[in-house]
Design a protein around this ligand. Structure first.
Ligand code: NAD
Length: 291
């Protein structure tokens, strides 16, 4: 019999995860507040449900792909009765980039009801979600991670169980802090090259053949920045959230991060208008008319 998996949140990431799971033989029930997203999921072999609680009925695993920790907590809260009444163990696999403390609190609350909750934020963008090749960073108990193994493996090329509850989101915030910094440093490096009379494409080629490279310079700049398309599928608003969460984590843990402080300030102050994408930051665009 096919394992039934629920997916809550069928956005840029969740849609690809849901259709990947359906394509790999899971029976998938998907819910999103947006009807348009539910329709897209149905076209990809997912059974759309009209009410959030329907996702909690008859499933052993529920994947979340929601914008913020607040959304994650609200969805769990709204379904506590359904979870209390469930006559089986449910493991929630939260792939949202969320807050470590919220992950820990939800895992503890759900453990009290006999259910599992693991934080499993991801890297790889919509393309990685749609191809089942995400990198997943996981926090949770060994037992829950093992139970969720087949679902995790179907969605990811690399799944790293980094520690107990909350650890996945700590790892993800560290990763995105670096990605946000690389956006700034790569943009500034190319800006300097331009100012000093070097062609930006030539400068980028050099970086990618030398020690200045990162995934941002190797993938993001050639694919979404240099051509002015800025359509990676990740939004400015989500990146600002991640950088803010990383800064809050630094403040709470007493980690003194001077450069990250400057990066966080740049992201927080960057204009949001016309910012469908996190690279749409005038100051960092490596184009000659940037002033
Ligand atoms: P998105 O905004 O495209 O999708 C979120 C979806 O959740 C939307 O379709 C929205 O309608 C839905 N939603 C919101 N509240 C809901 C609720 N209560 N019930 C049901 N559906 C609800 O965002 P995304 O880009 O898919 O990102 C999802 C998460 O993954 C975020 O935490 C983000 O930071 C993280 N992430 C995104 C990327 C990326 O490249 N887009 C990469 C890695 C991680």
């Amino acid at each position: 019999e096919r394992t039934t998996v629920g997916v809550v949140g069928l956005g840029a990431m969740g849609l690809g995860m849901a259709t990947t799971l359906a394509g790999k033989g899971f029976a998938v029930k998907g819910f999103d507040l947006s009807e348009a997203r539910r329709t897209l999921a149905a076209e990809g072999g997912v059974t759309p449900v009209e009410a959030l609680t329907d996702v909690f009925f008859d499933t052993n695993f529920i994947v979340f792909s929601l914008p913020t920790a607040k959304d994650v907590a609200a969805v769990v809260e709204a379904n506590l009765e359904a979870l209390k009444a469930a006559g089986r163990r449910v493991v929630i696999i939260d792939t949202s980039t969320s807050e470590p403390d919220v992950s820990r609190d939800l895992a503890a609350a759900l453990a009290g009801l006999g259910h599992g909750f693991i934080d499993a934020p991801v890297s790889g963008g919509p393309a990685g979600a749609a191809s089942g090749k995400l990198t997943m960073m996981i926090g949770g108990s060994d037992a829950d991670v093992a139970l969720a193994g087949p679902v995790i493996d179907a969605m990811s090329a690399k799944a790293l169980h980094v520690g107990p509850s909350g650890a996945g989101n700590v790892a993800k915030l560290v990763n995105n802090l670096l990605a946000a910094a690389h956006m700034v440093t790569t943009g500034e490096g190319l800006k300097l090259a331009l100012a000093a009379g070097l062609d930006a494409d030539e400068a980028l080629k050099v970086l990618n053949a030398a020690s200045g490279k990162s995934m941002i310079s190797e993938v993001h700049f050639p694919t979404w920045v240099m051509n002015g398309r800025f359509d990676s599928g990740f939004t400015m608003g989500l990146m600002r959230k991640d950088v803010r969460l990383a800064s809050e984590l630094a403040a709470r843990t007493g980690a003194d991060l001077p450069l990250s402080g400057a990066v966080a300030k740049l992201w927080a102050e960057s204009p949001l208008e016309n910012a469908e994408d996190f690279t749409r930051m005038g100051a960092f665009r490596p184009v000659a008319n940037d002033n």
